[in-house]
Write a protein that binds this ligand. Structure first.
Ligand SMILES: *[C@@H]1O[C@H](CO)[C@@H](O)[C@H](O)[C@H]1NC(C)=O
Ligand SMILES: *[C@@H]1O[C@H](CO)[C@@H](O)[C@H](O)[C@H]1NC(C)=O
Ligand SMILES: *[C@@H]1O[C@H](CO)[C@@H](O)[C@H](O)[C@H]1NC(C)=O
Ligand SMILES: *[C@@H]1O[C@H](CO)[C@@H](O)[C@H](O)[C@H]1NC(C)=O
Ligand SMILES: *[C@@H]1O[C@H](CO)[C@@H](O)[C@H](O)[C@H]1NC(C)=O
Ligand SMILES: *[C@@H]1O[C@H](CO)[C@@H](O)[C@H](O)[C@H]1NC(C)=O
Length: 471
């Protein structure tokens, strides 16, 4: 079991690299096809901007998530918890403590503190801007859900009324941040920035996956007092986002027609992904069209009554469209930097891991028969083993941790494993080999790979000792 989770983690890293390559090829095709066509206002491509602007764009979404999760779990937001991070931006409108059950409450609290860490990480790495005005009122969510349903729900949808409603409202939020990060990575030029965004992405992907996994378990429940089920609502919200985004299907509910499921074979759709089960990517204008709920990146509304902050969002608000993009130079730089950063072991695409963690978290206090250990204790021991084999400090945590390892040193529940700034831990290939071989030595194969892993990096480690014997 120890290594099966490591296996998933390393697999996630591989899937991530493939996702980036795929994205790169698609962008290149797009370039070839559209090189001579007229600019289109409703475009779906990433816009040209420097790393600072690209990463700061994400701050808008991090502020939204931080305020929504902190208010939902604690009844107060950044102004109470880390006021300096708001940089004097106006307090959000209408945030409330939600009526959450004992399973969901600590998870949302953890997510809220993780967002605080993300905002701080962006501030300290590249600098930030003031929190934009956010509309977290019941009325705003009700309007969004009416828009999704296509008719007015009676009574109006209340995101703070109970855990199911709150999770549905949350379903509407982190996913946009997630696809935004997936869309941003290929355009960054500095390796350190790639690493930052990939680590942010890892946790955002995890949050989205946990929320989806919790909703999936109740997929067929009716959302009281409406006639729609949880699955119906997720499909409606995803449908609305696709419509507002205006760039095709990039978003799917938790139960889908088989044609949209993994390999066209599943109707359950805990993680939303494309034909090759890779994460969808959205460009910045698409995200603005969605979070403004107006379908227009230059008309603010929805969660951002006065628009989002930062150079990218402001460009659109000022009616300035920058269509000219030098894709070739972006792509060439990207090959040299981001791809290398990914191969060096940036961990992301952590959705599968997060779903497994969420399922284990829920049973954290159960004893694993016939042993005397609980599920939580097992996860801690497995993590400790991986840290020991990896030989590079604490990069792995169980589902219940001492408070000093929890998000912002404030939580002991630990659905998602992350560092002091709530960024995903990164492991290098040798670390991963040390773990999956179960030997603590990247040159000494064994464990799940009796003859060693394949590919250049793994073989290099093995041939260091002359091609070697099995472990
Ligand atoms: C990034 O671009 C913005 C304009 O959008 C500019 O103000 C800023 O100085 C640039 N930052 C860097 C680090 O080049
Ligand atoms: C917040 O959203 C609600 C519903 O759309 C709207 O009535 C209200 O005016 C908004 N608040 C602000 C300050 O924009
Ligand atoms: C799934 O179906 C779509 C068409 O609906 C097709 O393009 C795609 O290749 C299929 N995927 C697999 C893995 O069979
Ligand atoms: C597990 O036990 C801990 C400590 O007794 C408690 O705080 C937590 O709420 C329990 N978790 C669940 C899911 O029951
Ligand atoms: C949490 O505690 C660690 C030391 O245990 C410290 O380095 C870190 O800055 C603390 N984080 C916060 C957000 O206070
Ligand atoms: C790793 O294994 C190789 C091959 O057995 C051995 O030569 C090397 O000394 C080991 N390294 C460590 C750090 O134990």
């Amino acid at each position: 079991m120890a290594t099966s989770i490591s296996y998933l983690a390393s697999r996630a890293a591989l899937v991530f690299v493939v996702a980036i390559l795929e994205y790169y090829l698609i962008s290149l095709n797009h370039l070839v096809i559209s090189a001579n066509s007229a600019p289109n206002n409703n475009y779906c491509r990433p816009i040209e901007a420097n790393d600072t602007d690209l990463i700061q764009f994400a701050l808008n979404l991090e502020f939204l998530e931080a305020e929504f999760f902190l208010h939902g779990a604690l009844g107060e937001g950044l102004d109470a918890i880390s006021p300096n991070l708001a940089l004097g931006g106006p307090p959000p409108i209408g945030g409330h403590k939600a009526n959450l059950n004992p399973l969901v409450a600590p998870i949302i609290q953890e997510f809220g503190y993780q967002e605080v860490g993300h905002i701080r990480a962006i501030f300290t790495t590249i600098g930030g801007f003031p929190r934009p005005l956010l509309n977290l009122s019941r009325e705003n969510f009700a309007a969004l859900f009416d828009q999704a349903a296509g008719f007015p729900l009676t009574p109006p949808f209340d995101p703070y009324a109970n855990s199911v409603n709150y999770l549905l409202a949350s379903y509407a939020i982190p996913y946009v941040g997630l696809v935004g990060y997936v869309g941003t990575i290929p355009d960054l030029t500095e390796p350190t920035n790639c690493r930052l965004v990939a680590s942010l992405l890892g946790v955002e992907a995890g949050q989205d996956a946990v929320i989806r996994a919790l909703l999936y378990k109740m997929a067929h429940w009716k959302v009281f007092p409406y006639r729609l089920t949880v699955a119906d609502f997720t499909n409606l919200i995803s449908g609305l986002r696709n419509k507002l985004g205006g760039c095709g299907i990039k978003d799917e509910g938790i139960i889908v027609p088989e044609a949209l499921g993994a390999e066209n074979r599943t109707c359950s759709n805990v993680l939303s992904a494309d034909l090759d089960s890779l994460s969808y990517a959205r460009a910045q204008p698409e995200i603005l069209r969605i979070v403004y709920a107006t379908g227009d990146e230059s008309v603010p509304g929805g969660f951002y009554p006065r628009g989002a902050n930062g150079n990218i969002a402001r460009r659109f608000l000022n009616g300035y469209y920058d269509i000219e993009m030098n894709y070739i130079s972006i792509l060439i730089t990207f090959i040299n930097t981001c791809l290398v950063a990914s191969l060096l072991g940036v961990e992301a695409g952590a959705g599968q891991d997060a779903v497994i963690r969420a399922l284990l978290y829920e049973r954290g206090n159960q004893t694993v028969l016939p042993y005397r250990l609980t599920v939580a204790e097992f996860t801690n021991r497995i993590s400790a083993l991986r840290n020991k084999l990896g030989k590079s400090g604490n990069k792995d945590e169980g589902i219940r941790v001492p408070i000093t390892l929890g998000a912002e040193n404030k939580t002991t529940s630990n659905v998602l494993s992350a560092d002091v700034n709530s960024l995903s831990y990164a492991r290098t290939p040798p670390e991963i080999l040390r773990i999956v071989y179960g030997t603590g030595n990247e040159s000494l194969h064994g464990g799940f790979y009796p003859q060693g892993a394949n590919g250049k990096i793994a073989r290099t480690c093995v041939t260091v000792v002359g091609g070697g014997r099995g472990g």
